[in-house]
Write a protein that binds this ligand. Sequence first.
Ligand SMILES: Cc1cc2nc3c(=O)[nH]c(=O)nc-3n(C[C@H](O)[C@H](O)[C@H](O)COP(=O)(O)OP(=O)(O)OC[C@H]3O[C@@H](n4cnc5c(N)ncnc54)[C@H](O)[C@@H]3O)c2cc1C
Length: 495
Amino acid sequence: MAPALYWIRRDLRLADNPALTAAAQGGRPVIPVYLHAPDEAGAWAPGEASNWWLHHSLEALAGDLAARGLPLVIRHGDSLAALESLIAATGAEAVHWNRLYEPALIRRDKGIKQQLKARGLEVHSHNAALLHEPWTVQTGTGGDYKAFTPFWRACRRRAEPASPLPVPERLQAPAGVERLDGAVMPLDPGNGPLTALQLLPQVDWAGGLRARWQPGEGGATQRLEAFLEAALAAYDEGRDLPAIAGTSRLSPHLHFGEIGPRQIWQAVQAKLARHGAEGWLVTGAESFLAEIGWREFAHHVLYHHPDFPDAPLNPRFADFPWQADPGERLLSAWQRGETGIPLVDAGMRELYTTGWMHNRVRMVVGSFLVKNLRLPWQAGEGWFWDTLVDADLASNSLGWQWVAGSGADAAPYFRVFNPVRQGERFDASGDYVAHWIPALARLSAKHRHAPWQAPDGVLADAGLTLGVDYPHPMVDLKASRQAALAAFEQIKKPG
Ligand SMILES: Cc1cc2nc3c(=O)[nH]c(=O)nc-3n(C[C@H](O)[C@H](O)[C@H](O)COP(=O)(O)OP(=O)(O)OC[C@H]3O[C@@H](n4cnc5c(N)ncnc54)[C@H](O)[C@@H]3O)c2cc1C
C-alpha cells in the first residue's frame, strides 16, 4: 500500500491526533514529517523561547514515534517543495495535517492543498487544536463575536466536544524510510537533522526554562494530572495568586499541541464525575474551562480580523499619542525588570527567567507599559513574542489589545491597574516579589510592594538602599496615570 505523509506542525502528540489517525487508517504506512519553514509565518516567525521549546518537543516526539517504530523526517525550507520531494521519493499518495489558524499559515496551507490536489494526491486537513473552529461559532445573524460572554455561551450551547481519539493502535513505517534524507532515528545524536535546525540558543540562557519545563506529550499529560489533583478545586481563587501554582501552566503545551483542548475537557468532566460534582470543584472547573474558552475566543477574533496582531481592533486607537522613547530607555527598563515598581519587575524577571508569567501579572505589566509609560502595546507584544514559551499569535494579540483597551471585550482604557494595589491584593505576603527580587525579601510584607514609601529607618534596617540595591520608581504612578487619561481624552474627541 502506498504510504501517507503526516505533516506535523503544532500538534506534537500522538493521542487525539486526527491527522495521524486518518493517515494510518486501514493499516496504511505513515511517514511523519516536520517541515521547518519559519519564514512562512510572515512577520510572526517564532521567537527565541518558542524555538527552544520546539527543539525539545520535537525531540520528545521523535522518541515517542521511534518507540513505535516510526522515524520522524525533518526537512528545512519551502514546505511545498519539501512535500513534493518527499512524495517523489516515497511514492506517498496521501497527505494529512492538522489545521493552524494564523492568517499567513491559512493562506499557505490553502495554496499547498490546491497544488497537491491538482497533482492527484489525496489531501485532508483536520482539527486538533480547538473545541470549536472559528467559523463554526456564529451570532444569530451569522456574524462573528466581539465579546467573550456571548461567544462562550454560544459555544456551550453547541454539542459537547467530541471525545478525544486514542493513539492509533497500529502505526507502521514504509520499508527504507530511515534512509530518507532528514530521518531522525536513532534520536538526534547532536549533529543530526534536529540539531541542524539551530533552534537552541547559541549562548545558553535557557537554564531557567530547563528547570521549569518538560516539553513534550509526556510533560503535558503530567502537568494536567498534577493540576487536576492539586489546584482545580481551588482554581477560582488560586488563579489570581502569582506566588502559588494555582493555574495549570498548560499554555505552552497547548500552544505546541502536546495536549489538545478536547483531552482537557474530557479530563475535567471525568474528574467531576468521579467526585460527584462538589460545589467548589464545579466552580473551579467552570472557571478553568472558561479560560480554555478565552483561548477559543482569541482564535475566533484572529480568524475574523487577520490584522489583529498589528492594528487596533478599535480604529480610534490608531492615533493614540504614545510617548516618545529615545534610545528605548523606558522600554528597556521594562524589559529588564528595572522599573522600580516591584510587581512589574518581578513579573518581567519571571518571564525572562522561565519563559512564562502569571496571567494576573501579565495584565499588570501590560497596563504599566501601555498606560504608565504610554508606550505602544505592540512593543510589549513583540517582547512577549520573543520571550514567552507560550507565545501564541491569537492569545498574545488578544491579551495586549485587552490591556490597551483597543481590542475585543477589552478592559476600558480609563481603568489603569495600580501595581501597588494589585500587589497588596493578590500577593499580600509579598512572597512573589521577594522571590524574583531577592533584595526586597529583606523588607516586611507591608513594604515590599512600595519600598519607596518605607521610612528611612526601615530601609536602613533591611540594608536596602534605593537606587543601589533596587531602582527608584521610574515614574510617579499617580502623575503617569493622569497623563494616560489625558492622552485618552485626545482620541475620544471626534475628528
Ligand atoms: C498581555 C497578555 C499576553 C498574553 N499572551 C499570551 C500568549 O502569548 N499565549 C498564551 O497562551 N496566553 C497568553 N495570555 C493569556 C494568559 O495569560 C495565559 O494563557 C495564561 O497565563 C497561561 O497560564 P496557564 O496555562 O497556567 O493558564 P490557566 O489559568 O491554567 O488556563 C488554562 C489555559 O487557558 C488558556 N487561557 C487562559 N487565560 C487565557 C487568556 N486570557 N487568553 C487566552 N487563553 C487563555 C491558556 O491556553 C491556558 O493554558 C496573555 C495574557 C495577557 C494579559
